[in-house]
Write a new protein. Sequence first.
Length: 244
Amino acid sequence: MANFKDSEFGKKLKRLCSNRAVVVTVATLMVATLIIVAVTVSANRSKLDGSVTTDGATGNVTTESKDVFNSEETLPTYNGGETEAPTKLTFQLPVSAGVIAKDHDPTIQVYSATMGDYRVHIGLDIATDDAEPVVAVAAGKVTKVWEDALMGTCVAIDHGDDDKTVSVYKNLSKELASGITENATVKAGQKLGVVGDTAILELADEPHLHFEMTVGGISVDPKDYFEADDLATLNEDGAYESGK
């Protein structure tokens, strides 16, 4: 036996067996790698094609089919109803008759007869009769009632929309309508008071309502928030004549 192992044939046979073991080992590793890759691909595909759940009672695994590439996006709904765009607030005029005496312009200075100088004018001056009723332009909550040193008796209403729109009424008579206090809820068209002469800054001007609007705390041109037909009544010749 010892002579056989030491013979040339025995040595070749030993090398052949050794090489065959290496080949078998390499082949086994390759097969194992292919199996791992196949399992991984299958698992990833199942995540895309469906969701896997396990029955707690039986332990059975079930798959729900789901096409994630062709599924339609679910649009938001409002108040639990059908999908629709939020309703934009509509505003009515704060007085039923009048003429725009001064426009809103934060850039160009206009002459102030009371102060005898030129200054920018924020908001609208709507010339109308003294004691003309002033109403809320839309439903909302009275957030502030105050006496301004220059603009007289003032009322601010927050209209509760996402844009944080606030309407402000100045130069009102000191006596406001019943129930118009801070935190009071008002309806569109509800009387707030009447046009007065409490605004010292505009005392030399004809009787008028000084009306302002802010959106998100920024002053805006109120005319952009009224219907064109309503604005036309404030610009038509003869629609209002002071003192008549």
